[in-house]
Design a protein around this ligand. Structure first.
Ligand code: ASP
Length: 318
């Protein structure tokens, strides 16, 4: 089918405290840009927004640098529990898994659940589904994440949350482990979708539920789509993804919706970030945290938000 509109794509690899060490930034930049190029070419060849989002999530989940799939952070008991969700804006349909263990790509289950009458499954149910789907058992643990956890255990878990990205260089300098991933796409037929996948915030209590598999952290309609990252509790308290999307759906411009929502988040002292697209092709990002690791394709080139001044809260290209 011929493309009717210019596809747009934005992805993130988490938000948090600043990335010291330029070497680390360049590695993250290369990873993110490569994914943007690869997924954007799928959109150009006719993939739907949902297909592109799922593919982008697969690639980012497989990158041990980010806190989702392989390379997920460990919870307080030293186990990995991952959460992922997919929202198809055109269908208005949300699906996801919460606290799943021992699979390679949690987004695969979220995608499967799009066509199920029961669309959000928690730990036990998602493990059953993985078994039914005959998904092989997979150990998502990396040495770096294990070392981080052992260190944190020695310090009696005094960090409230893991840092941004798993780069040996960054981990030493900046407590860098946070790095949930998200993908938001506008396809060539004018449809939107969003996907988010995480290992959680790190060192959390068993059973803690992340925003990433809730409409607070991942939401889309026919008008706008958003994926969030940052402290899940803050994102849930703001109901950030749904808040931005509903504002746009009710007629506010994406830029105004982002500015207003981030002003409120800032006033409420939240630590979070979000990426967004609207159906007209506007691309936006926002953060109250120091950095947001996002990269996007505007139809002409790939750009990113890796070195924005810490004070920049919202950006929008329309
Ligand atoms: N939002 C995720 C959570 O709290 C973490 C993150 O975005 O890095 O589970």
């Amino acid at each position: 089918m011929k493309l009717q509109v210019q596809p747009k794509l934005i992805i993130h690899g988490g938000a948090g405290s600043s990335l010291h060490g330029k070497g680390g930034i360049e590695v993250v930049r290369r990873s993110l840009h490569k994914v943007v190029e690869e997924v954007y070419s799928l959109l150009l060849s006719g993939a739907t927004a949902s297909e592109a989002v799922v593919q982008g999530c697969y690639i980012l989940e497989d990158d041990p640098r980010f806190n989702s799939g392989t390379g997920s952070v460990l919870q307080s008991d030293g186990q990995i529990r991952m959460s992922a969700s997919l929202m198809d804006g055109a269908l208005g349909r949300f699906s996801g898994v919460i606290n799943i263990s021992r699979v390679k790509n949690p987004i695969e289950l979220a995608q499967f659940l799009q066509n199920s009458p029961d669309r959000v499954l928690s730990d036990y149910g998602s493990a059953e589904l993985a078994r039914e789907m005959q998904i092989p058992i997979y150990n998502a643990l990396t040495d770096l994440r294990l070392q981080e956890w052992i260190q944190e255990r020695q310090d009696n878990f005094k960090s409230t949350m893991a840092g941004v990205v798993a780069e040996p260089e960054l981990v030493e300098t900046s407590n860098a482990r946070r790095g949930t991933i998200g993908v938001v796409a506008l396809d060539g037929y004018g449809k939107l979708a969003s996907g988010t996948s995480t290992g959680g915030k790190g060192f959390e209590r068993i059973g803690r539920v992340s925003d990433s598999a809730m409409p607070a952290g991942n939401y889309a309609t026919g008008h706008a789509a958003v994926s969030c990252t940052g402290i899940g509790e803050d994102i849930i308290d703001e109901c950030l993804a749904a808040r931005i999307v509903v504002r746009v759906t009710d007629g506010m411009s994406l830029k105004d919706a982002m500015q207003r929502s981030f002003m409120e988040a800032h006033q409420n002292k939240r630590d979070l970030g979000a990426i967004a697209l609207d159906a007209s092709g506007a691309i936006a990002w926002g953060k109250t945290s120091q950095v947001l690791l996002a990269a996007f394709h505007d139809g002409v080139r790939v750009s990113d938000t890796l070195e924005l001044p810490e004070s920049t809260e919202v950006g929008c290209l329309s």
